[in-house]
Design a protein around this ligand. Structure first.
Ligand code: 2RA
Length: 354
């Protein structure tokens, strides 16, 4: 008997990427794949590995007989339904923020801490936030070798992290500024957006993003910090298993559709050279190194979007900080940052049910 997989949120942005990933796999271990979504989307038919599957409405009984249920839904839906799936006997692999910092829920990046999938007293496993996740394959590999001590990061986050409204808003803003010589006088971009009827009351971003960058992602959490910045700190500590890791993050939204980037300043216990770091990255199958400064070769989000691996470049030994590397990471926030990592957790679990 092969395991039964369910995908909750099958018709959403991440759910669609998930189906693409399942379709692109050479082989899959599943005996049955169930697609689940809100009542509004129920009845739609989607093709998975050549088979047309009717989307079912979320209800307790849809989890009967399911071994692994992947959730790509908003926090409050996961908070309610992942425990219901677990009660019905499924392992819930959840991509929301509802359970990530729960002590009884492992937070898993398979190439860093796959063994944690076994420690799941609630029957729930969490998938990290895409910002943290985008650098974990690279950092986990370095940590194993050199012992990570401190982490300072600045993110350059794509608008699809804010979902379809984020994508729609950036395209609308780009249209409003297209063909004009803007960005030469304070406020001229805001004026162009206002003239196009683009206010900020219902924008996912608190400032113009076209011809701009916005040092704000997520919600306000007090003392100056945003939710995204605190997630980078708390989730990095939990995934890497370093509870006292010193972390400071500044999260910035940039006019990129998909693929988050991070500038990483990482301090290690042991001495580390660029050459050694290159070797570590080259040995990590889920990392691609693009680091030829003399040829001006480095990763950029526009070149990485749609790719599964994490791309790393601009690796430098910090001139004024011992045992310290600076580097730049790009990772597709909808693939490894969300759907792919969730699916890899499910694949890691599959042999338990085979
Ligand atoms: C963002 N990290 O980029 C969030 C999405 N989970 O907005």
């Amino acid at each position: 008997n092969r395991p039964v997989l369910a995908l909750v949120g099958a018709t959403g942005a991440v759910g669609s990427v998930m189906i693409d990933i399942i379709n692109a796999r050479e082989t899959v271990p599943w005996g049955e794949i169930r697609l689940i979504a809100s009542a509004r989307s129920a009845g739609r038919k989607l093709t998975v590995r050549g088979e047309e599957i009717t989307v079912r409405a979320l209800a307790p009984e849809v989890f009967d007989g399911v071994d692994i249920a992947m959730f790509d839904v908003p926090d409050e839906i996961s908070a309610e339904w992942a425990p219901i799936a677990a009660e019905r006997g499924a392992v819930a692999v959840d991509n929301s923020g509802a359970f990530r910092m729960d002590d009884d829920v492992p937070l898993v990046v398979p190439e860093v801490n796959a063994h944690k999938v076994a420690e799941r007293p609630r029957g729930i496993i969490a998938n990290p936030n895409c910002t943290t996740l985008s650098m974990m394959a690279a950092l986990g590999a370095l940590h194993r070798e050199f012992g990570l001590k401190e982490l300072v990061v600045a993110s350059y986050q794509a608008v699809s992290g804010a979902g379809a409204p984020g994508i729609d808003r950036l395209y609308a803003e780009l249209e409003a500024v297209a063909g004009q010589k803007l960005g030469v006088k304070a406020g001229d971009v805001r004026e162009a957006l206002a003239a196009a009827g683009l206010g900020f009351e219902d924008s996912p971003f608190p400032a113009p993003l076209a011809l701009n960058v916005v040092p704000w992602a997520g919600s306000y959490k007090g003392d100056g910090w945003t939710s995204e910045e605190l997630k980078v700190r708390n989730e990095s500590r939990k995934i890497l298993g370093i509870p006292d890791l010193k972390v400071s993050a500044t999260c910035v939204r940039v006019p990129v559709i998909t693929t988050h980037s991070l500038a990483v300043h990482a301090v290690f216990e042991r001495e580390v050279t660029v050459e050694q770091a290159h070797k570590v990255f080259a040995a990590q199958p889920t990392v691609v190194l693009v680091d030829e400064p003399e040829q001006k070769k480095f990763p950029t989000p526009a070149d990485v979007v749609g790719e599964d691996p994490t791309y790393v470049g601009r690796v430098r030994q910090a001139l004024d900080f011992p045992n310290t590397l600076d580097f730049f990471v790009c990772g597709d926030n909808l693939r490894k940052g969300a759907a792919l990592n969730t699916y890899e957790i499910a694949e890691t679990l599959a042999p338990e049910f085979g």
